[in-house]
Write a protein that binds this ligand. Structure first.
Ligand SMILES: [Zn+2]
Length: 183
């Protein structure tokens, strides 16, 4: 028996069924031409996403992946993601957004890691004025003309997703759709 990591009630998995149902019910697809999101900052779902990334709650990732599948997206897609920090990767042994990407894969939708981190040091180790510079780099992979879905977890200042979007835009002519779980 576990205790649900979200509501602390007894559960047969890390997150109980009623919490997963609640997250699923709370998600609302917000979609413009090139941007998709599911819930606002500081909503209950926001805290569920924080728990997902900090505690590797795969079940929560699956709820999001299932909702992303309901969005009207191009059939043929390259899915790419904003890589998590090295620190988080070392802790979790998995990149939580790569995991969601993998859950979206099918014969026409492929995950390709187009972007990498350059900051092997933690952000705190870098001087404040350098934080913005070159946090990401392209992996220089040749791709075809499929649309690119760029996925991220939480947009607060939007600096990460903008930096990655601009990197992609400068180097590929493909249409790029941005997706954030929380906005
Ligand atoms: Zn629960």
């Amino acid at each position: 028996m576990y205790k649900c990591k979200l509501c602390l009630k007894e559960s047969d998995s890390k997150v109980c069924k009623s919490c997963l149902e609640k997250i699923d019910n709370d998600l609302v697809i917000y979609k413009t031409t090139n941007f998709i999101s599911f819930a606002p900052l500081y909503s209950p779902v926001y805290y569920a996403v924080l728990a997902y990334k900090n505690l590797k709650l795969v079940e929560v990732g699956k709820v999001f992946a299932n909702n992303i599948k309901k969005v009207n997206l191009p059939d043929k897609l390259i899915i790419t993601y904003i890589p998590c920090s090295y620190k988080r990767y070392r802790k979790n042994k998995v990149d939580h957004m790569a995991l969601i990407g993998k859950l979206l894969e099918d014969k026409d939708r492929e995950v390709i890691k187009l972007i990498d981190r350059v900051d092997k040091l933690s952000q705190k180790d870098l001087k404040k004025d350098k934080r913005k510079l070159n946090r990401f780099k392209l992996n220089n992979i040749n791709i075809d003309d499929r649309d690119i879905l760029l996925i991220d977890d939480i947009i607060t200042t939007a600096s990460s997703i903008n930096e990655c979007y601009n990197l992609l835009k400068e180097n590929y002519n493909n249409k790029i759709i941005r997706l954030a779980l929380i906005y």
